[in-house]
Ligand binder design. Sequence first.
Ligand SMILES: [Zn+2]
Ligand SMILES: [Zn+2]
Length: 313
Amino acid sequence: MLIKPLAFDSFGVRSMATYVETEDVKITIDPGVSLAPRRFGLPTHPLELARQKECAKAVQSHAEASDILIVTHYHYDHHDLGGLIPTSIYTGKKVFVKHPRENINYSQRAERAPRFLQAIRGLPKTLDYADGVHKVFGRTSLRFSKAVAHGTDTQLGYVVEVSIGVGGEKLVYTSDVEGPSLPEQARFILDEKPSFLIVDGPLTYMLGYRYSQASLETSMENLAKIVEKTPVKTILLEHHFMRDLNYRKLASPLCEAAERRGVQVLTAAEFLGRKVEMLEASRLELYKSGGSRTTSASKTSNLGERKNLASRP
Ligand SMILES: [Zn+2]
Ligand SMILES: [Zn+2]
């Protein structure tokens, strides 16, 4: 199984777009790329806009080459209405989307889901609601969780987690769980027993007001449990978590558990051997210096703290 992160927060954009290829199918998960409109009271920096364009191109070309496209919920970092990525990517594809009417919050049910479904109307070969569904393509299994909360409660709605397995390999992609801090979010991962996990980590850049210390601790405990109880070998800890420059320190409880089990904990950028570029979190500095703040961590694992012995591009 080939797992290729296409656009992630560690590349300098808001996204979890991922391409997966097995002997049976080619899949792109969440083909969208967005940016924070404002951070630290500042608008998006030109570097971020340029990076968003680059990432959108990569997402578009991989989506076009895919058989299956998955949209785990209706936030704009997980799909595009044709702004940077044309809706023609959905033409002739098998498309799986989060159920647009059940287990969904008001703004996604009343506005975003109908707008998206209208925009791609008539394009897909098939359109299925993903929640709780299991499909098999040749030897490849594609399974979706039931709807789980977007974050620590359902104010922002629900997402579906995705599991893709073939042979002895299995990827679980959590979408926006912001943790996982809730038992049902972690349950799907524990039950699926992935070898590779792409997880939306804790929302620590809002720690103390929109995200509690208790949720951070529970998330770290859940991730440590996943390290102990599943065959996971690689964890990409990403998305909301990579909007906080303190991410390494905050992840240390997980990294210690991972180290004991020989599990790699990485950002998507490190997994690909590229520089970690937290453009949004560095926005203040970008405006001050006119340059790019990056952390060079391409040859390290466990979030840059140890030598990487088993990384693969
Ligand atoms: Zn979201
Ligand atoms: Zn998101």
